[in-house]
Design a protein around this ligand. Structure first.
Ligand SMILES: *Cc1c(COP(=O)(O)O)cnc(C)c1O
Length: 231
Protein backbone atom coordinates (compact mmCIF):
# COMPACT_ATOMS: atom_id res chain seq x y z
CA UNK A 1 0.00 0.00 0.00
CA UNK A 2 1.23 3.49 -0.82
CA UNK A 3 1.30 5.56 2.34
CA UNK A 4 1.06 9.35 2.43
CA UNK A 5 4.69 9.44 3.52
CA UNK A 6 5.92 7.43 0.55
CA UNK A 7 3.84 9.56 -1.83
CA UNK A 8 5.23 12.73 -0.31
CA UNK A 9 8.74 11.36 -0.67
CA UNK A 10 8.26 10.54 -4.31
CA UNK A 11 7.03 14.07 -4.98
CA UNK A 12 9.91 15.68 -3.09
CA UNK A 13 12.54 13.56 -4.80
CA UNK A 14 11.07 14.63 -8.13
CA UNK A 15 11.24 18.29 -7.10
CA UNK A 16 14.82 17.90 -5.87
CA UNK A 17 15.85 16.28 -9.15
CA UNK A 18 14.13 18.98 -11.20
CA UNK A 19 15.64 21.80 -9.13
CA UNK A 20 19.12 20.30 -9.52
CA UNK A 21 18.78 19.81 -13.28
CA UNK A 22 17.41 23.33 -13.71
CA UNK A 23 20.47 24.63 -11.87
CA UNK A 24 22.75 22.58 -14.11
CA UNK A 25 23.71 20.31 -11.23
CA UNK A 26 23.75 16.53 -10.91
CA UNK A 27 20.72 15.41 -8.86
CA UNK A 28 22.87 13.09 -6.77
CA UNK A 29 24.79 16.10 -5.42
CA UNK A 30 21.73 16.90 -3.30
CA UNK A 31 20.97 14.71 -0.30
CA UNK A 32 17.56 14.74 1.36
CA UNK A 33 17.69 14.94 5.15
CA UNK A 34 14.25 13.93 6.42
CA UNK A 35 13.64 16.05 9.51
CA UNK A 36 11.84 13.86 12.02
CA UNK A 37 11.60 16.01 15.16
CA UNK A 38 8.32 15.28 16.99
CA UNK A 39 7.57 12.46 14.52
CA UNK A 40 6.79 9.03 15.97
CA UNK A 41 9.21 6.14 15.43
CA UNK A 42 6.57 4.26 13.41
CA UNK A 43 6.35 7.05 10.83
CA UNK A 44 10.13 7.33 10.69
CA UNK A 45 10.28 3.60 10.02
CA UNK A 46 7.84 4.07 7.13
CA UNK A 47 9.99 6.84 5.74
CA UNK A 48 13.09 4.65 5.86
CA UNK A 49 11.19 1.79 4.22
CA UNK A 50 10.14 4.27 1.51
CA UNK A 51 13.73 5.15 0.73
CA UNK A 52 14.85 7.82 3.22
CA UNK A 53 18.51 7.27 4.05
CA UNK A 54 19.24 10.29 6.27
CA UNK A 55 17.18 11.52 9.23
CA UNK A 56 17.59 14.86 10.98
CA UNK A 57 16.78 15.29 14.67
CA UNK A 58 16.82 18.44 16.83
CA UNK A 59 16.67 17.18 20.40
CA UNK A 60 19.07 14.67 21.94
CA UNK A 61 16.58 13.35 24.47
CA UNK A 62 13.90 12.74 21.87
CA UNK A 63 16.36 11.19 19.44
CA UNK A 64 17.69 8.75 22.03
CA UNK A 65 14.22 7.31 22.58
CA UNK A 66 13.78 6.78 18.84
CA UNK A 67 17.21 5.21 18.37
CA UNK A 68 16.27 2.43 20.71
CA UNK A 69 13.55 1.42 18.26
CA UNK A 70 15.20 2.27 14.97
CA UNK A 71 18.92 1.72 15.33
CA UNK A 72 18.84 -1.54 13.37
CA UNK A 73 17.46 0.18 10.27
CA UNK A 74 19.78 1.32 7.46
CA UNK A 75 19.79 5.10 7.94
CA UNK A 76 22.28 7.78 8.86
CA UNK A 77 21.33 10.31 11.56
CA UNK A 78 22.18 13.99 11.50
CA UNK A 79 21.91 16.36 14.44
CA UNK A 80 20.39 19.68 13.36
CA UNK A 81 19.35 21.24 16.69
CA UNK A 82 21.16 23.49 19.12
CA UNK A 83 23.79 21.41 20.89
CA UNK A 84 24.50 21.95 24.55
CA UNK A 85 28.01 20.93 25.56
CA UNK A 86 26.69 18.57 28.23
CA UNK A 87 24.92 16.60 25.48
CA UNK A 88 27.99 16.30 23.26
CA UNK A 89 28.60 12.78 24.51
CA UNK A 90 25.28 11.52 23.11
CA UNK A 91 25.53 13.54 19.94
CA UNK A 92 28.88 11.94 19.13
CA UNK A 93 27.64 8.44 19.89
CA UNK A 94 24.50 8.67 17.79
CA UNK A 95 24.98 11.10 14.94
CA UNK A 96 26.96 10.76 11.73
CA UNK A 97 26.99 14.50 11.06
CA UNK A 98 26.43 17.42 13.44
CA UNK A 99 25.21 20.47 11.47
CA UNK A 100 25.19 23.03 14.24
CA UNK A 101 28.68 23.75 15.59
CA UNK A 102 28.77 27.48 16.29
CA UNK A 103 31.44 28.03 18.93
CA UNK A 104 34.85 26.75 19.86
CA UNK A 105 33.36 25.60 23.17
CA UNK A 106 30.98 23.24 21.40
CA UNK A 107 33.68 22.11 18.96
CA UNK A 108 36.02 21.23 21.82
CA UNK A 109 33.31 19.36 23.71
CA UNK A 110 32.52 17.27 20.63
CA UNK A 111 36.21 16.65 19.98
CA UNK A 112 36.73 15.46 23.56
CA UNK A 113 33.85 12.99 23.39
CA UNK A 114 34.83 11.76 19.93
CA UNK A 115 38.38 11.10 21.20
CA UNK A 116 36.98 8.93 23.98
CA UNK A 117 35.37 6.54 21.51
CA UNK A 118 38.07 6.92 18.86
CA UNK A 119 35.71 8.49 16.35
CA UNK A 120 36.33 11.18 13.76
CA UNK A 121 33.15 13.24 14.06
CA UNK A 122 31.97 15.00 10.92
CA UNK A 123 30.62 18.48 11.56
CA UNK A 124 29.31 21.62 9.87
CA UNK A 125 29.63 25.17 11.14
CA UNK A 126 26.25 26.85 11.60
CA UNK A 127 26.42 30.40 10.28
CA UNK A 128 24.16 33.26 11.31
CA UNK A 129 23.95 34.92 7.93
CA UNK A 130 21.25 37.40 8.85
CA UNK A 131 22.72 38.56 12.19
CA UNK A 132 19.35 38.33 13.85
CA UNK A 133 19.71 38.18 17.59
CA UNK A 134 17.27 35.31 17.88
CA UNK A 135 19.01 33.09 15.35
CA UNK A 136 21.66 30.60 16.28
CA UNK A 137 24.99 30.32 14.57
CA UNK A 138 28.27 32.16 14.40
CA UNK A 139 28.61 35.46 12.54
CA UNK A 140 29.98 35.28 9.03
CA UNK A 141 33.05 37.31 9.97
CA UNK A 142 34.04 34.76 12.62
CA UNK A 143 33.64 31.61 10.55
CA UNK A 144 37.25 31.49 9.37
CA UNK A 145 38.62 31.84 12.88
CA UNK A 146 36.42 28.99 14.14
CA UNK A 147 37.37 26.83 11.15
CA UNK A 148 41.08 27.38 11.93
CA UNK A 149 40.45 26.21 15.48
CA UNK A 150 38.50 23.17 14.35
CA UNK A 151 41.37 22.08 12.12
CA UNK A 152 43.51 21.81 15.25
CA UNK A 153 41.10 19.34 16.83
CA UNK A 154 42.11 15.82 15.79
CA UNK A 155 38.75 14.15 16.17
CA UNK A 156 36.71 16.59 14.12
CA UNK A 157 36.31 16.74 10.36
CA UNK A 158 34.84 19.95 9.02
CA UNK A 159 32.65 19.16 6.00
CA UNK A 160 30.97 22.49 5.29
CA UNK A 161 28.48 25.11 6.46
CA UNK A 162 24.84 25.24 7.50
CA UNK A 163 22.34 28.06 7.90
CA UNK A 164 18.76 28.82 8.89
CA UNK A 165 17.37 31.81 7.01
CA UNK A 166 15.42 34.53 8.81
CA UNK A 167 12.18 33.95 6.86
CA UNK A 168 10.12 30.87 6.19
CA UNK A 169 8.03 30.14 3.15
CA UNK A 170 9.39 33.14 1.27
CA UNK A 171 11.82 31.58 -1.21
CA UNK A 172 12.86 34.72 -3.03
CA UNK A 173 13.48 36.58 0.22
CA UNK A 174 15.83 33.88 1.46
CA UNK A 175 17.80 33.46 -1.76
CA UNK A 176 20.38 36.15 -0.83
CA UNK A 177 21.08 34.38 2.47
CA UNK A 178 21.70 31.07 0.72
CA UNK A 179 23.97 32.82 -1.74
CA UNK A 180 25.93 34.40 1.09
CA UNK A 181 26.42 31.02 2.74
CA UNK A 182 27.88 29.70 -0.50
CA UNK A 183 30.11 32.77 -0.84
CA UNK A 184 31.30 32.30 2.74
CA UNK A 185 32.13 28.70 1.92
CA UNK A 186 33.99 29.71 -1.25
CA UNK A 187 36.04 32.26 0.68
CA UNK A 188 36.87 29.72 3.37
CA UNK A 189 38.02 27.29 0.68
CA UNK A 190 40.68 29.75 -0.41
CA UNK A 191 42.42 29.22 2.90
CA UNK A 192 43.15 25.63 1.90
CA UNK A 193 42.74 24.33 5.42
CA UNK A 194 44.40 20.91 5.71
CA UNK A 195 41.99 17.96 5.68
CA UNK A 196 38.98 20.20 5.03
CA UNK A 197 37.06 19.80 1.76
CA UNK A 198 33.97 21.95 2.53
CA UNK A 199 31.78 20.01 0.12
CA UNK A 200 28.58 20.41 2.14
CA UNK A 201 26.11 23.30 2.22
CA UNK A 202 23.18 22.48 4.50
CA UNK A 203 20.39 24.89 3.59
CA UNK A 204 16.79 24.75 2.46
CA UNK A 205 13.65 23.44 4.17
CA UNK A 206 10.09 22.66 3.06
CA UNK A 207 9.30 26.22 1.96
CA UNK A 208 12.52 27.04 0.15
CA UNK A 209 14.54 23.96 -0.76
CA UNK A 210 14.32 24.53 -4.51
CA UNK A 211 15.89 27.98 -4.20
CA UNK A 212 18.53 26.52 -1.88
CA UNK A 213 19.39 23.89 -4.48
CA UNK A 214 19.67 26.59 -7.15
CA UNK A 215 22.17 28.33 -4.83
CA UNK A 216 24.26 25.22 -4.20
CA UNK A 217 22.70 23.25 -1.33
CA UNK A 218 24.02 19.70 -0.92
CA UNK A 219 21.90 18.85 2.13
CA UNK A 220 18.25 19.93 2.21
CA UNK A 221 16.48 19.51 5.55
CA UNK A 222 12.82 18.76 4.94
CA UNK A 223 10.22 17.85 7.55
CA UNK A 224 6.71 19.15 6.89
CA UNK A 225 6.58 18.19 3.22
CA UNK A 226 7.35 14.57 4.17
CA UNK A 227 5.56 14.00 7.46
CA UNK A 228 2.87 16.71 7.36
CA UNK A 229 2.41 19.61 9.77
CA UNK A 230 3.99 18.98 13.16
CA UNK A 231 1.63 18.79 16.12
C1 LIG B 1 12.38 21.72 11.75
C2 LIG B 1 13.63 22.02 10.99
C3 LIG B 1 13.70 21.81 9.60
C4 LIG B 1 12.54 21.32 8.76
O1 LIG B 1 11.57 22.31 8.59
P1 LIG B 1 10.28 22.06 7.64
O2 LIG B 1 9.80 23.43 7.36
O3 LIG B 1 9.34 21.23 8.42
O4 LIG B 1 10.76 21.37 6.42
C5 LIG B 1 14.92 22.05 8.97
N1 LIG B 1 16.00 22.47 9.64
C6 LIG B 1 15.96 22.69 10.98
C7 LIG B 1 17.19 23.15 11.67
C8 LIG B 1 14.77 22.48 11.68
O5 LIG B 1 14.75 22.72 13.01
Amino acid sequence: MMTAISQNLTAIQTHITQAALTAGRAPDEVQLVAVSKTIAAEDIRRAIESGVTVLGENYIQEARAKFEQLSALPAAWHFIGHLQTNKAKYAVRQFDLIHTVDSSRVAKAINREAAKIDKIQKILIQVNISKEETKLGIETEKVAELAEEIVQLDHLRLKGLMTMPPFFNAPEKVRPFFRRLRDTRDQLRQRNLPGVDLTELSMGMTGDFEVAIAEGATLVRIGTAIFGERA
